[in-house]
Structures are given as C-alpha cells and as structure tokens.
Design a protein around this ligand. Structure first.
Ligand code: FMN
Length: 194
C-alpha cells in the first residue's frame, strides 16, 4: 500500500500558502491512490526539541539514553513506513524553519537512517520525496533550485532519497499575480500526479 508522510512546518495555522499547497497535493494524491494512507507530522504544532549532547551521545552509543530518543524512534518509524514524503517548507530568514531543522536533526541518525563506512549510505531507500517550498521573495536562479530546495536535497540524499520532485511557490509577499503563481504551482503538482 502507498503511504504518504505529510510534513508541515509553517508557523501559520491559517492563511498559510504552504499548507494550502499541501492540501492540494494530498487531495490529488488521494485521487491517484484511493487506498493510500496518509501520515501527518507538523513541526509547528508539536514542539520538537533541539539536539543536545546527551541525545547525540545516545545516537552513537546504545548503552546511553536521552529523553528525546522515543520521539526520534517514533519519527523514524513514520519515515520507514512511508513510500512517499511530502515536505512543506516556508522560508524563514533565508533558511528552513528551525522546527523543521530540529525534526531532521532528530531523524538523521547513525545506524537508523544512514551509515558511515568509507562514505555515507542512506538507509531510507526506494522512497520518493516531494518538496513544496514557499517564500515571500524570489530566491531561485533561472533553471536552478532555490536555497530551500538545495538544503532539503542534501538532507534527503544523505538519507538515501534520490527521487525528489520540486514544487516551488516564490513571491507570496507580492500580491501581484499571486493567484497566477499559486495556480502555476498547483498545475505543476497536478501534472506530476496525473
Ligand atoms: C519570521 C519570518 C521570516 C521570513 N523570512 C523570509 C526570507 O528570508 N525570505 C523570504 O523570501 N521570505 C521570508 N518570509 C516570508 C515567508 O516565506 C512567506 O510569508 C511564506 O509565504 C510563508 O509560508 P506560509 O505562507 O506557508 O506561512 C519570512 C516570514 C516570516 C514569518
């Protein structure tokens, strides 16, 4: 069965463009996969702790414990169960939301999601990812990725995920042609899924 893990990270719970694009993606995905399952993780709604020395030590040494390990285990289990991962990522201060970074810091974990032996091997093989990146300004160069897509691609590759689709929405701060821009992102999503 296809399982989609939907990860939201906009601090706006209402009027968020990334959440709206995520809703559109999920609606189209459900039409394509009527029997598919959806898992949800929302880094803005439920607090994800920052990495601590104790947690990193516990990642590397199975005899050590950190109170954040159960959450790390649970989030890795969600990823492992999923065949596709949909990430909604707004730009905050030129980067990904700190809550989304905290999420990745807890799931990028040696022997669980990658191994390091003469180089990095990601352990989340045979999965697809979809990135909906949303920002107030325009940050991509023509024909290239925007900074959020570049950063998330490094992370996903590290985990072993190479099949990545990009659905950017840039320029939400300018009202001019905003409905055309959101439509264009929806068309990209629709064409990918149908
Ligand atoms: C704290 C904060 C920082 C932001 N920093 C940037 C930025 O560096 N560059 C940019 O283009 N837009 C920036 N924005 C604008 C957001 O990326 C934009 O409003 C986007 O639509 C947010 O996603 P959302 O609509 O899903 O909430 C920032 C917004 C906030 C709230």
């Amino acid at each position: 069965m296809n399982t989609l893990l939907r990860i939201d990270s906009s601090l706006r719970l209402k009027d968020s463009y990334s959440r709206r694009m995520g809703d559109y993606f999920v609606k189209q995905w459900k039409l394509k996969h009527p029997d598919g399952a959806i898992l949800k993780r929302d880094t803005a709604r439920s607090m994800i702790p920052h990495l601590t020395q104790q947690t990193v030590d516990a990642f590397f040494n199975e005899d050590l414990y950190s109170e954040d390990l159960p959450l790390s285990d649970k989030m890795i289990e969600e990823l492992s169960q999923s065949s596709e991962i949909l990430i909604m990522c707004p730009m905050y201060n030129y980067g990904i939301p700190s809550s989304l970074k905290a999420y990745f810091d807890l799931i990028i974990r040696t022997k669980k999601t990658f191994t390091y032996d003469h180089g990095i091997t990601g352990l989340l093989q045979n999965k697809k990812a979809h990135i909906i990146s949303v920002m107030g300004g325009v940050h991509s160069v023509p024909g290239g990725k925007n900074p959020l897509e570049t950063h998330l691609t490094h992370i996903l590759n590290h985990l072993g995920i190479k099949d990545i689709n990009y659905f950017p929405l840039e320029g939400t701060a300018s009202p001019e042609q905003l409905s055309d821009k959101t439509k264009a992102t929806e068309v990209l999503i629709f064409k990918h899924l149908h």
